[in-house]
Design a binder for this molecule. Structure first.
Ligand SMILES: Cc1cc2nc3c(=O)[nH]c(=O)nc-3n(C[C@H](O)[C@H](O)[C@H](O)COP(=O)(O)OP(=O)(O)OC[C@H]3O[C@@H](n4cnc5c(N)ncnc54)[C@H](O)[C@@H]3O)c2cc1C
Length: 390
């Protein structure tokens, strides 16, 4: 087992930040750590944006610039290049959420295709990503997942969703760019899973190009992975999985309570951690068929994965295993892993300021609510400030 503790090297972690960027990050996490401030700030920001008050500049120079690469993909290039100079790749994440009409779904598809083509000739962007509900109405995924019959119009609408998935996966295969498909709420996920499995059957014939996501806070996901592996072996195709813990826990639990069914979420953080780590073991034991993108900011899980790679005699840069974090978070994991030669990619969200607000609010709330996360960022930034005598 690899027991080297590499993540506390703050010189490597923050090498790309100059002193004033370091100060800004410290100030930002200090603000985010104050829960009432995040609550009031979120409400005030939503109100101000709806009222067209001129606060975009303020958002841009604070949370937006910290957690996003820019307003469009070209804006993100300096960030992408800087990170790549330290061995960290980028996954451009078009983070516009809550859109619900056909024009916007087509626009999202075209945006992802553009990013994939961008990535074809740019080594710093070997992976693309999209959200299932970026390509079709949530309601449709939900209805199919419930096994309810679609009307004729809905059937035609679903076929357009399938063709958007297909267009993106097809281009990804032609350009040899991996495409990750995010996971969302459990009540839309069954339909997404079925569709992504079809895409894997079609496009993962020589290697995994299409990756689905499993949220290991769900207690049924290890069994799901085992079933998917059986199908892939019979069907003779490869699997790609992004493993995450899951971002919709509160929503999942409260819906289950409201509707009176058993929550799909593990009954404790410890159980989620065990389940996530069991998922890592399972994929690492089946690497000949499944490739892994471990999307996590958890140090223990990251050390565990490094240890499993070492145990199995893999090189650090074995392309079957990737580590992933979000831009603006856990640089101490990303940059220290990259410095040791592991494959690391950070999601770099981008989009117009008001459209990425849901994403930014999730980040602010996550950093407020996830025990220890903000404290850890602050401690590391503080350590680096002292080291540099800022
Ligand atoms: C690159 C990347 C891609 C991602 N893609 C997706 C995606 O497609 N879909 C998605 O849903 N999320 C996604 N996430 C977010 C992810 O699911 C987590 O919310 C986030 O990363 C925090 O989990 P962690 O593994 O970093 O570790 P930690 O901070 O150790 O774990 C926090 C997580 O543990 C779980 N948890 C906390 N408390 C409890 C409890 N009481 N009971 C049960 N479980 C608990 C929750 O999932 C919580 O988010 C992604 C994250 C990254 C880094």
């Amino acid at each position: 087992m690899n027991t080297d503790l590499i993540f506390d090297n703050t010189k490597v972690a923050f090498a790309l930040k100059n002193d004033s960027e370091l100060e800004r990050a410290y100030f930002l996490f200090k603000m985010i750590s104050i829960e009432p401030l995040v609550k009031i700030g979120t409400a005030a920001t939503n109100f101000a944006l709806k009222a067209h008050l001129p606060i975009e500049g303020l958002i841009r120079s604070t949370v937006f610039d910290h957690f996003c690469g820019g307003v469009n993909e070209e804006d993100c290039l300096p960030v992408i290049e800087k990170m790549y100079s330290k061995g960290v790749s980028s996954v451009l994440d078009y983070s516009v959420e809550g859109k619900a009409n056909e024009t916007e779904f087509d626009a999202a598809r075209d945006k992802i295709i553009k990013i994939i083509k961008f990535g074809k000739d740019n080594k710093a962007m070997p992976i693309a990503v999209f959200k299932p509900t970026g390509f079709g109405r949530f309601y449709l995924f939900e209805k199919i997942g419930d096994g309810k019959p679609l009307t004729e119009a809905e059937q035609a609408e679903w076929e357009r969703v399938v063709s958007r998935f297909d267009a993106v996966c097809n281009i990804a295969k032609t350009c040899d760019v991996t495409v990750l498909i995010d996971a969302e709420e459990s009540w839309m996920q069954d339909a997404a899973d079925q569709l992504v499995t079809q895409m894997m059957q079609k496009y993962n014939t020589t290697k995994p190009i299409v990756f689905n996501t499993v949220q290991m806070y769900r207690h049924d996901r290890l069994a799901f992975l085992q079933e998917e592996l059986k199908k892939a072996k019979v069907g003779n195709y490869y699997l790609g999985y992004k493993l995450v813990r899951g971002a919709y826990m509160e929503k999942e639990n409260s819906r289950a309570e409201d509707k009176g069914y058993k929550t799909p979420i593990c009954n404790s953080k410890f159980a989620t951690d065990q389940n996530f780590n069991a998922g890592l073991h399972f994929i690492m034991d089946n690497l000949e068929t499944i490739h892994l993108f471990a999307g996590t900011h958890n140090e223990d899980s990251s050390y565990l994965l490094m240890g499993l790679m070492e145990e199995k005699g893999l090189e650090n840069n074995d392309l079957r295993v990737w580590f992933g974090q979000l831009y603006g978070m856990s640089d101490h994991i990303s940059f220290n892993l990259a410095a040791k030669g592991y494959n690391v990619a950070k999601y770099v969200p981008f989009g117009p300021v008001k459209d990425v607000m849901p994403y930014l609010i999730r980040r602010a709330e996550e950093n407020t609510s996830v025990a220890g996360q903000t404290g850890r960022e602050l401690a590391l930034l503080g350590k680096e400030k002292r080291r540099r005598k800022v």
